[in-house]
Ligand binder design. Structure first.
Ligand SMILES: *Cc1c(COP(=O)(O)O)cnc(C)c1O
Length: 479
């Protein structure tokens, strides 16, 4: 036991304050010469006593109450846990002679987050460098470096860093001149930013169904939904899975459609050996805190088309002419990323292969755990030509998905349901073309914790909770 938590009952208020300052726990246990427990004092108790007019030189026993909480050696642990609340974080334990022998400390239960940024590389070093350079706004060498290095990683020529993934999509649509009167085809299962960007551009979204196996936009549905107003397709590489880019690019070519890839969840994924984001006219990425690599908030548009790059820079930077300061040629935005964010991005990109590799290993551990399960179906990872990456481990659950989620959450395990299909929200219903697979898949899908410090034991625990919940559900059916 840490003796710094003990203090003599004969102390003055000042002496107790010094002890509190030393142990930094916010609490002391008051004892007599035989270490028998006589009271408990917190820094809040002292504060209240001083406000009530007590002097620092007064004896501490004047302010000790006798209804303090403690436990006896051998007490039932459940009973002791009951005594903890938001005020009481430490409980002394005494033996039969009232002598203090130990104490319980309340600690936050082990929690498994759904995701956690891994910023243990050179992020802090580069961030400080950017900070001390005073280039903390949206010019600076880290911006240029991040744009060049990330676009090179994706095998495109140009990168235009932006404030987030949503502005990346809107900027791409704007640069491609897509607006009122145009239709843009989007998948039913995606994060709503995809369709919101289309609506902000003033275009009409057309929502189509996803593939049964890959969960990504279905090329057959794309082709069915095309009209003479269709201008573009936004394939979303959902949960790390690349779309069928061969079929999509072939359709786009045949109907002269633009393609904007939403790669927010699939940094580094490949189709037929080629990186996502490099197939369409523009690839859009997000670097939000839970994505594969992060800059806090941030995004990027990548392209190999010089004209598109220039148009994106123009719109990103207020539409201001490069030749003539404060002369505006288009109604632009301020969608810039800061040099501070880019500094973090450069450091993140340095270890993207490492990040992708631990993510993949984690997913393999999950696969092994669920390989014999009849309840959990892991996301497909062996589709022809598609090399998926692991963003959030994604599974489909047989039975009542919400019940499994509830049980896992109760144990401190952060799980997420799949996105709600756009077709199921009043806001977007009017834009639906087809939505059969998406409804079924979304209803039973969930994302499981995918963070760097996750262990095999963590995954085992998740597997056990799922099994137990299934067993309970079965026995309920039998009754
Ligand atoms: C995260 C995400 C976005 C939006 O990115 P932000 O940086 O949060 O604006 C867009 N599309 C998809 C599919 C996403 O997952």
């Amino acid at each position: 036991m840490n003796k710094k938590i003990l203090c003599s009952i004969q102390s003055s208020i000042l002496q107790v304050m010094k002890q509190l300052d030393q142990n930094a726990q916010g609490i002391v246990f008051l004892v007599d010469e035989a270490e028998k427990l006589k009271g408990v004092i917190t820094d809040g108790d002292i504060r209240r006593a001083i406000l009530d007019g007590f002097q620092l030189s007064d004896d501490i026993d004047k302010i000790v109450k006798d209804n303090y909480v403690y436990a006896h050696e051998g007490d039932n642990i459940e009973d002791i846990l009951q005594k903890f609340n938001y005020m009481i974080k430490f409980i002394p334990i005494v033996d039969s002679d009232q002598r203090i022998i130990d104490y319980y400390e309340y600690r936050q239960r082990v929690r498994m987050p759904i995701a956690q940024p891994q910023i243990d590389g050179r992020e802090y070093e580069y961030l400080t460098d950017a900070f001390t350079s005073t280039w903390i706004s949206s010019s600076g060498e880290y911006i240029t470096r991040f744009e060049n290095e990330f676009s090179a990683y994706c095998t495109t020529r140009y990168g235009v860093a932006v404030s987030n993934g949503t502005t990346a999509l809107h900027l791409a649509l704007t640069a491609l001149n897509i607006g009122p009167g145009d239709e843009v085809i989007v998948p039913d299962l995606t994060f709503a930013a995809t369709i919101n960007a289309v609506l902000h551009a003033g275009a009409v979204p057309v929502i189509v169904d996803i593939e049964e196996e890959g969960w990504c936009i279905d090329p057959k549905e794309i082709e069915k939904a095309i009209t003479e107003r269709t201008k573009a397709i936004i394939p979303v590489h959902l949960y790390g899975q690349p779309c069928n880019m061969k079929a999509i690019m072939e359709i786009a070519g045949r109907y002269s459609l633009r393609v904007i890839e939403d790669c927010a969840e699939a940094h580094g994924a490949e189709f037929a050996g080629q990186k996502v984001g490099s197939f369409g006219d523009i690839g859009c990425f997000s670097f939000f805190g839970n994505k594969v690599i992060t800059t806090g908030e941030g995004g990027m548009c990548i392209t190999s088309d010089k004209q598109l790059e220039e148009r994106m820079r123009l719109f990103r930077d207020h539409g201001m002419s490069k030749e003539r300061k404060y002369y505006h040629t288009v109604v632009g935005f301020n969608y810039r990323m800061t040099n501070l964010q880019a500094a973090i991005g450069v450091a993140q990109l340095e270890k993207i292969e490492l990040i992708l590799s631990w993510r993949e290993k984690l997913e393999e551990l999950y696969r092994a755990e669920f390989s014999k399960s009849s309840i959990i179906k892991m996301q497909e990872n062996k589709l022809l030509n598609r090399k998926k990456i692991t963003w959030l481990v994604s599974v489909m659950v047989q039975g009542d998905r919400d019940r499994y989620m509830e049980k896992l959450k109760k144990e401190g395990i952060d799980v997420r349901p799949f996105f709600i299909p756009l077709s199921e929200m009043d806001l977007y219903k009017q834009y639906v073309f087809s939505d059969t697979n998406s409804k079924r898949i979304a209803k039973s899908g969930m994302n499981l914790p995918t963070f760097h410090k996750m262990t095999e034991a963590n995954i085992l625990k998740i597997g056990m909770i799922i099994q137990k919940t299934a067993a309970e559900a079965n026995s309920m059916v039998e009754i």
